[in-house]
Design a protein around this ligand. Structure first.
Ligand code: ATP
Ligand code: MG
Length: 275
């Protein structure tokens, strides 16, 4: 049988074990000005090795969802399980890149990258070479002994990504890691992340506002709507891998862009384009 290689990859992934199970997840924040329904009836399964983006307007609960999966915020209803275990605290084997890079300004770049090893009391001598290697991979060779305040925004974000990758976690939770970057740096880091994911087959949950970034990186794009924060649609991205930036000009990529834009138009989040 002459089966398309991409189809084989999809079938393999469909057979992959479910890593994350989210069932009827609810999150309500109680504030002085009343309750905010940040997440309502979220149901989602993520397979091991899958790259899933979460796309949606500001305030729809993307960061909240990631923090609940990462065990940083408790749900107010429903359940999240990772590898069959309920998430009650930050799970092991998980790297987190926050919406704003949270680097410690009094520690050098390499010492920031080494933080996860330090938390786990792992020997520095063993992990420092890995930290330096990651800095090279992310284009920061020679910056290990600098301080975060000496770096540009894009460089700081790369340090935060190195830190999340240090212990080679199986699950990576990334909250708009490239949101504050210029278009060229963003393109570069998109490619780097695609390469890292392709090599290491991590499971990645990636929050973004960018339709193009979501299509480029993902196996599936989860579209959220707000008030209350909920899943409005899930779009499977059946594009060959590895992907290069040129894929953005292909008719298939453009078609996914139109599909996602029309979902946002139908939700009233985006104005309908003329023609
Ligand atoms: N700690 C908190 N206390 C009270 N309300 C909160 C808290 N964190 C978030 N919210 C509210 O919950 C809703 C979802 O917020 P969240 O940060 O998850 O949105 P988001 O989709 O990540 O937005 P953005 O794209 O702007 O980052 C918003 O209405 C926000 O005001
Ligand atoms: Mg957010």
């Amino acid at each position: 049988m002459n089966t398309h290689p991409q189809r084989v990859a999809f079938e393999a992934r469909e057979m992959a074990q479910t890593l994350i199970t989210i069932r009827d997840a609810q999150k309500t924040y109680h504030s002085e000005r009343g309750d905010i329904a940040a997440l309502r009836d979220i149901n989602l399964d993520v397979a091991a090795g899958e790259f899933v983006s979460i796309l949606g307007p500001s305030g729809c609960g993307k960061s909240t969802l990631l923090k609940c999966i990462g065990g940083l915020h408790p749900l107010t209803g429903g359940a999240i399980e990772i590898a069959g275990k309920p998430v009650l605290e930050p799970p092991e084997d998980t790297g987190f890149v926050f919406q704003r890079d949270v680097l410690l300004d009094w520690r050098t770049v390499v010492d920031n990258v080494l933080l996860p090893a330090e938390f786990q009391r792992l020997p520095r001598a063993k992990w420092e070479p890995r930290a330096l290697e990651l800095l090279v991979t992310l284009g920061l060779e020679g910056f290990g002994s600098r301080y975060p305040w000496e770096l540009s925004g894009g460089m700081r974000q790369r340090v935060a990504i190195c830190r999340s990758l240090l212990l080679d976690p199986g699950l990576l939770l990334m909250d708009e890691p490239f949101g504050a970057l210029d278009a060229i740096t963003r393109d570069e880091l998109n490619m780097e992340l695609e390469r890292i994911w392709d090599r290491s087959k991590k499971t990645v949950l990636f929050v973004t506002h960018s339709i193009s970034e979501a299509i480029f990186l993902s196996d599936r794009v989860v579209v959220m709507d707000k008030n209350p924060g909920r899943i409005a649609a899930i779009v499977e991205i059946d594009l060959p891998r590895p992907r290069s930036l040129a894929i953005r000009e292909t008719p298939e990529f453009v078609r996914y862009g139109k599909e996602l834009r029309s979902i946002f138009e139908n939700l009233g989040i985006m104005k309908r384009s003329a023609g």
